[in-house]
Design a protein around this ligand. Structure first.
Ligand SMILES: C[S@@+](CC[C@H](N)C(=O)[O-])C[C@H]1O[C@@H](n2cnc3c(N)ncnc32)[C@H](O)[C@@H]1O
Ligand SMILES: [Zn+2]
Length: 371
């Protein structure tokens, strides 16, 4: 097979050459290699350099971009699997060319996970990770990393698909990327706690067209119970922007205090922290020392994540302005005004217009109006 050469991080690898595609370097194949996932892979390289686990399984490695980078840039023992024979040929050739001692496996994901355990399992499928989560949890000793690109089902835009895959009820709201990310983590949490194990999100985020979470799996009933108490609902008013969070596995009945309508429960989803602040702080200190193609964007994203208040869900500043019919003050002025009134307020990584605050809805609306 003909191939093209690509560099990501400090790793040079071959990818299959196919028809031209506007989104990819000339002659590279979107089937095997998605350049737009570079930030996703950079974040993994950065985090693994910090965690240094004893092994790393790239469960669906395709051409092995991620696996090759982990072996080369983090010096961690890597196992790279794909059920596709052509992908595995590429993987083997790449590993040989780079002289990397990667163990290459050509099996179905479930079969491999059922027969071996790994300290770190990374699941990066096409579309939904849902059919693989249980197998991954059973095999992963310590860390589980998951990418989800089925953002429409997760955020409620494709409601029935979301409910089927994640056994929870999403809703398409002003804060849809957050619903997607928290639905994903919530699903992994429920699949984990049945084994008397818990999860701790180390680094989770939404970016463009995907969600990504890096979790620590913690053994024991106490950890599982802590995980259970981080599951709950967002009750969303169907007519106004009012929302309320409830930490329960079954939703209560909540009436909107502003318009007396019965709110709709979204969930169960993860209502706990989505990052480990100490580790993300360490990543921000480490990142200047690394060679990463998405360094500037990743630094911005991690800075936003670290600056997020531990509140949920966020408001969309533009949509709030639209709702109140006001021409909004600049974002920073808006945040300052909320703080001046004694409330906490921060940006959030979900979008350039995402705001987290503990101010009640009437105060937020007021702040818009006095612009
Ligand atoms: C999105 S690609 C992986 C991309 C890769 N991780 C990267 O960063 O470039 C998904 C891969 O999963 C493989 N795959 C899909 N279902 C699988 C299964 N049940 N077992 C093993 N591999 C599978 C496909 O052959 C495909 O190569
Ligand atoms: Zn209302």
């Amino acid at each position: 097979m003909d191939f093209a050469s690509v560099v990501e991080g400090t790793t040079r690898f071959a990818i299959p050459r196919q028809d031209d595609d506007a989104h990819f370097p000339p002659g590279t194949a979107p089937v095997f290699f998605n350049k737009r996932m570079e930030l996703n892979r950079d974040a993994t390289i950065l985090l693994l350099s910090e965690l240094l686990p004893s092994d790393y399984l790239d469960l669906m490695a395709a051409t092995g971009v991620r696996a090759l980078r982990v072996a080369h840039e983090c010096a961690i023992p890597v196992i790279a699997n794909d059920r596709d024979a052509a992908a595995v040929r590429f993987l083997r050739d790449n590993a040989r060319r780079l002289n990397l001692p990667i163990r290459v496996v050509n099996r179905d994901a479930h079969a491999l996970l059922a027969t071996e355990r790994f300290e770190t399992v990374d699941l990066d499928p096409f579309g939904s990770p849902a059919p693989f989560i249980d197998s991954c949890i059973r095999s992963a000793r310590r860390y589980l990393f998951v990418t989800a690109t089925d953002t429409a089902p997760l955020c409620g835009a494709h409601l029935k698909a979301g409910m089927r895959r994640y056994a929870a009820r999403p809703m398409n709201t002003d804060y849809h990327p957050e619903v997607g990310l928290r639905m994903l983590i919530g699903h992994v949490a429920r699949e984990t706690m049945k084994y008397d194990r818990g999860i701790e999100p180390i680094l989770s985020f939404s970016f463009e067209h995907f969600h990504r979470t890096h979790l620590r799996l913690i053994p024991g009933v106490r950890a599982a119970d802590r995980t259970r108490t981080s599951l709950g609902y967002i009750h969303q008013c169907p007519t106004c922007a009012y929302r309320e969070v409830e930490a329960e596995l079954l939703p209560g009945s909540v009436i909107c205090p502003y318009c007396s309508k019965k709110t709709d429960p979204i969930g169960p989803l993860w209502i706990g922290e989505i990052i480990n602040r100490e580790i993300v702080q360490n990543l921000l200190e480490r990142i200047p020392t690394m060679i990463l193609g998405s360094k500037a964007r990743l630094t911005r994203h991690l800075t936003l994540l670290l600056g997020e208040l531990p509140l949920l869900p966020h408001y969309d500043y533009h949509l709030m302005a639209k709702r109140t019919g006001a021409s909004p003050p600049a974002m920073e002025i808006f945040l300052t005004r909320l703080r001046e009134r004694g409330y906490r307020a921060s940006r959030a990584h979900y979008s350039g217009t995402a705001v987290l605050t503990d101010a009640p809805l009437d105060i937020i609306q007021d702040v818009f109006k006095v612009s």
